[in-house]
Design a protein around this ligand. Sequence first.
Ligand code: 13P
Length: 258
Amino acid sequence: MGIILSKMRKKIVAGNWKMNKTLQEGLALATELNNVLTDASPKCEVIIGTPFIHLASVTSAVDTSKIHVSAQNCADKESGAYTGEVSASMIKSTGAEYVILGHSERRAYYGETHEILKEKVRLALKNELKPIFCIGESKEEREANKQNEVVKAQLEGSVFNLSVEEFSKVVLAYEPVWAIGTGLTATPDQAQEIHAYIRSLIAEKYGNEVAEDTTILYGGSCKPNNAKELFANPDVDGGLIGGASLKADDFKAIIDAF
Ligand code: 13P
């Protein structure tokens, strides 16, 4: 019975385009992916995380029951005089369904703290966007064997304040900073070990059933040639893909790893 329950959680392959692709290039990529997936029956949910300016066009161009669309950030304010910011309600109004929050690049380059991210998560949920919440340690933290305390503090700081109902809408993505864009991937055993630890923290906080239902993605140099062995781990429920999500063939090959 436990085994059947553990299979219930959603498997996901999500692309994070980061700051790549003009509007025209992004539309071309989304359309190509849509065509490639039209006759396919992926064994996982497929999400693409595009820059803000692509969202409305991309949601119109693809079959959103096959390709779910995500933003990569949202403001920590509801609305008003915050020049250059994009609110969760604006993102929702484009037809997007998800928002990536807490990516290590935003934490490192834009000073996003636990508190700021807690507010972003709150506003995303309030506007019916599903957060893909990223956690993960740096190279120095891994070398000092601090990865467990780092991910614990990230969860406690920004999402463990949520109610069970709210938390059940969150997808987690474990992304070790040392593996992002470096070609260094966590080994399947390293990924499984920390994913299981993350799930145990969720179980402690919200109970076993919620923990078993939470999708935990792996991100960091996930490619067609290593996706299968990463996804084969019982606690790895898919991937958050950077570089390899920028080419339809590579992204499709990762989707096919399921
Ligand atoms: P890469 O797949 O390019 O290493 O990026 C991972 C990532 O940061 C996804 O959010």
